[in-house]
Design a protein around this ligand. Structure first.
Ligand code: URA
Length: 194
């Protein structure tokens, strides 16, 4: 899709965070169907993503692939992006200044994609899209709404289902957390009629 490619190029040339950040190898713009009903938004590329330039291809990515398959969807049918498009040093949590710099490119990406539903994976994505400081443990499982900010000039509202980040799920692989994520995904499936 030409408009997404144009955004990819503009991000690479102009992102105030990614053009100054050092230590990463590749930018990870995001990938998937430009016509996706469903967009997953993670935190930032990890080591494998940095090496390959693709989102969610490491261990957390394998878990996300399982989640997508459990929803009876193909990875190619959804779109996968992150709050940051370059890997933070040692995978640390994105800083607010980094999110302020790179986050608007995710917002533009979402304005192009206009999905029917967004799933935020973990705290940083939820914080950015729902403009909240409430923790993911409290927010997960409850629908929120992402509204395109005024600077986009678009009147766009998209339902958001916050859930745990797959890396958190892998670190806390209990019947409870697995059941919670599955319940969140089932709510999404019901909403998109999958
Ligand atoms: N974790 C993320 O949040 N995003 C990725 O792309 C990979 C791991």
């Amino acid at each position: 899709m030409a408009i997404l490619e144009a955004l990819r190029e503009r991000h690479a040339a102009e992102c105030p965070h990614c053009t100054r950040a050092t230590g990463h190898i590749n930018l990870v713009f995001g990938e998937g169907s430009p016509n996706a009903d469903l967009v997953f938004v993670g935190e930032a590329p990890g080591e494998t993503e940095d090496q390959t330039g693709r989102p969610f291809v490491g261990k957390a990515g394998q878990k996300l692939d399982e989640m997508i398959a459990a929803m009876k969807l193909l990875r190619e049918q959804v779109y996968i992006a992150n709050v940051l498009k370059s890997r933070p040093p040692n995978n640390r949590t994105p800083l607010q200044t980094e999110v302020d710099g790179c986050g608007p490119f995710l917002i533009e990406q979402l304005c192009i994609l206009r999905p029917r539903v967004i799933v935020t994976l973990g705290g940083p994505a939820t914080k950015l899209l729902l403009a909240t400081d409430v923790g993911i443990t409290r927010l997960r499982g409850t629908w929120g709404t992402w509204k395109a900010p005024a600077w986009t000039g678009l009147d766009l509202s998209v339902p958001v289902m916050p859930t745990y980040h797959p890396a958190y799920l892998l670190r806390n692989y209990t019947a409870q957390t697995r059941g919670e994520v599955w319940a969140d995904l089932q709510a999404v499936m019901a909403r998109i009629g999958a």
